[in-house]
Design a protein around this ligand. Structure first.
Ligand code: ZN
Length: 416
């Protein structure tokens, strides 16, 4: 499906250093550069309902800054993102609201595109829906079944079967998260798992194909029977089809570490044998509101579109997100917007003078902060210092403002 318009990426002097980024799988900060000619990244996309709240926006802005840093270091990037437009919560919401799930998905995806455009997020090269990929995904499930790595379970009270991956055949299971089974079990059911389904060989065996049930949308699965893909196999299959493995970076929110990214990688092992799935995993921490993680189930969502409707400058939203380190959970308050608004006002004033403090040290500091595990709060603080110095009349460089403005745009995605 179409993504959204690409913002212009200005050129700035010099080349950025190598990005160093925490790798969830390795448990440490590692350098991140393309293994091949092009940097390849896959970031898990939205389920198109209740988007785009600030938690989503934080994720896509974080991976946007990563992409900008990789490009600044002189590399080309190939970026794939999916849309989970076949999923229980989407069907449930459409039923509740009395609309066709495809209409709901289309409206929500349109809204997401508008939000990403407003936030100046670079679009993926390929934006891939699950519904348009069902035959391809079904083909991957069939491969696993025919290789003896998956098994069928009869659907209670109905014809047909569900299909599960047999984790006992997957020695890489657990490598992405590094979690114990106890840690996995603590979150599994809350994150779409079905540990108590009778007949499963292992409580963690992920659902690959859900056989058709009365009243649920279903697609032709060929030899699999009618039904629809499980959640994790969609990302495995879309990655294999549109990016290839191994690829450089797999990302998403920190609630995707397990089971989603764990299962995505495990299933790829089943399909491809002893091949790394992603070389590097990065995860955006959770954003809270009113004392709890922002989530659909709690209803404590702050939407980018609602803020925009209230007249909030999208760049203020972006600056708010960047003022929190991507690996630290934080809680949003209205004061965040006030602080970011005042900050961008100061920056605009500094950029509007006849002369400003020298740009080169600031450009170097922003690059250094961003490439140090995405210390975006540090980068913003450096711009504050530059603005303060410039507004105090200490700068004499008439060309600095232009360079700084282009740098803020190119590296941080903040256009003033
Ligand atoms: Zn995914």
């Amino acid at each position: 499906m179409i993504s959204w318009p690409a913002p212009f990426l200005p050129r700035i002097p010099g080349t950025g250093p190598t990005l160093h980024l925490y790798d969830t799988s390795a448990g440490q900060v590692r350098s991140l550069a393309p293994a091949g000619r092009v940097f390849t990244m896959y970031v898990c996309g939205i389920t198109p309902y209740d988007a785009t709240h600030l938690g989503h926006a934080a994720t896509y802005v974080t991976f946007d800054v990563i992409q900008r840093a990789i490009r600044d270091a002189g590399h080309a990037v190939r970026y794939v993102q999916n849309v989970t437009d076949v999923d229980d919560p989407l069907f449930e919401r459409a039923d509740r609201d009395g609309v066709d799930f495809r209409d709901l998905a289309r409206w929500e995806i349109d809204l997401f595109r508008e939000d990403m455009t407003a936030l100046a997020v670079l679009p993926p090269d390929e934006y891939v829906g699950v519904e348009e990929s069902v035959p391809m995904i079904a083909g991957k499930v069939l491969e696993l079944l025919e290789a003896g790595l998956a098994y069928r379970l009869p659907i209670p009270g109905a014809d047909g079967t569900d299909i599960y991956l047999d984790l006992a055949s997957e020695p890489t299971f657990g490598k992405v998260s590094g979690w114990s089974r106890e840690e996995m079990m603590a979150v599994y059911a809350d994150r779409g798992g079905d540990p108590d389904r009778p007949g499963k060989r292992d409580a963690f065996d992920p659902l690959l194909w859900r056989g058709a049930r009365a009243g649920e949308p279903a697609w032709d699965g060929g030899p699999l029977g009618p039904g629809r893909p499980g959640w994790h196999i969609e990302c495995t299959a879309i990655t294999l089809e549109h990016l290839g493995i191994p690829f450089d970076l797999n990302g998403g929110g920190s609630d995707l570490v397990f089971p989603h990214h764990e299962m995505s990688a495990t299933q790829a092992f089943g399909l491809h044998g002893d091949v790394t799935f992603a070389r590097h995993y990065a995860h955006q921490a959770m954003v809270g509101y009113h004392g709890a993680k922002m989530s659909k189930s709690k209803g404590n969502l702050v939407f980018v579109s609602a803020l925009r409707r209230d007249g909030v400058d999208p760049m203020v939203i972006r600056a708010t997100l960047l003022d929190h380190h991507y690996r630290t959970d934080w809680e949003y308050t209205d004061a965040d917007l006030e602080r970011a608004t005042a900050r961008l006002d100061r920056w605009r004033a500094a950029l509007s003078g006849n002369a400003a403090a020298a740009a080169e040290p600031l450009v170097a500091t922003i690059r250094e902060r961003v490439c140090d595990d995405l210390d975006t709060p540090g980068a913003l603080a450096a711009v504050d210092d530059w603005a303060q110095e410039s507004l105090a009349g200490k700068g004499t460089d008439p060309t600095a403002a232009g360079v700084v403005a282009r740098t803020l745009d190119a590296l941080l995605g903040i256009r003033l």
